[in-house]
Design a protein around this ligand. Structure first.
Ligand code: 5GP
Length: 190
């Protein structure tokens, strides 16, 4: 998506260890006009799918998922990062290793909000090694719902996550795919 790629080139910053900082428009300060265009694009890409729910993970997936949900006219459920001690019986749960924080979280979703009748679109801000998405997929599988697809804002194509997810046969639509960030210069897959 050209608008997102241009914004990454203009305002993104590559910091050490393959991390792209986009906190001036995506995951700290958030540009709603850009989010609306992203939401419209996911709606266009997944228009043939019977999506009735969007699933994301706190914190930085929530903003983009909420704006996208307005175009799908469906509710958003976000997976919560929980203390293991608080995990009770009425939740689906899994563990996710955080790429940016280098630690493992327990993640939960209440059984009240996803079940076998649901057709879920998963949305998140970044795809790196795929741990966050594998956790969300695991939660949907526990619920018996159908995964209709995954929408990612920025996929780092030089990390393994995209291949892992596509190899599962899940439809993955990343709005910008970065091929390389060497020497601080971002290049995109065309
Ligand atoms: P994965 O689980 O695919 O390895 O990483 C995905 C998660 O890590 C995303 O939810 C995102 O929050 C975070 N993340 C991964 N790479 C980056 C990055 O380059 N920049 C930022 N800001 N977050 C990232």
């Amino acid at each position: 998506m050209q608008l997102l790629e241009e914004r990454i080139l203009m305002d993104g910053n590559v910091i050490g260890e393959g991390v792209l900082k986009v906190d001036s428009f995506l995951n700290h300060q958030m540009d709603m006009t850009l989010f609306q265009e992203m939401g419209k694009e996911w709606k266009r890409l997944f228009t043939d799918r019977p999506i009735n729910k969007i699933l994301t993970i706190e914190a930085s997936g929530i903003g983009i998922a909420c704006v996208a949900a307005q175009y799908f006219d469906v509710p958003v459920v976000f997976a919560k990062k929980a203390q293991s001690i608080n995990i009770e019986g009425d939740v689906y749960s899994t563990k996710i290793e955080s790429f940016t924080h280098k630690r493992t979280y327990d993640v939960i979703v209440s059984k009240k909000f996803i079940g076998p009748e649901d057709h879920v679109l998963i949305i998140d801000d970044f795809l790196a090694n795929g741990c966050a998405l594998e956790g969300l997929i695991e939660i949907v599988e526990q619920s018996g719902a159908t995964i209709e697809g995954i929408g990612i804002a920025i996929e780092k194509g030089f990390q393994r996550g995209g291949k892992i997810i596509r190899d599962k046969g899940i439809r993955l639509e990343s709005l910008a795919i970065i091929d390389s960030m060497e020497n601080g210069k971002v290049t995109f897959r065309k």
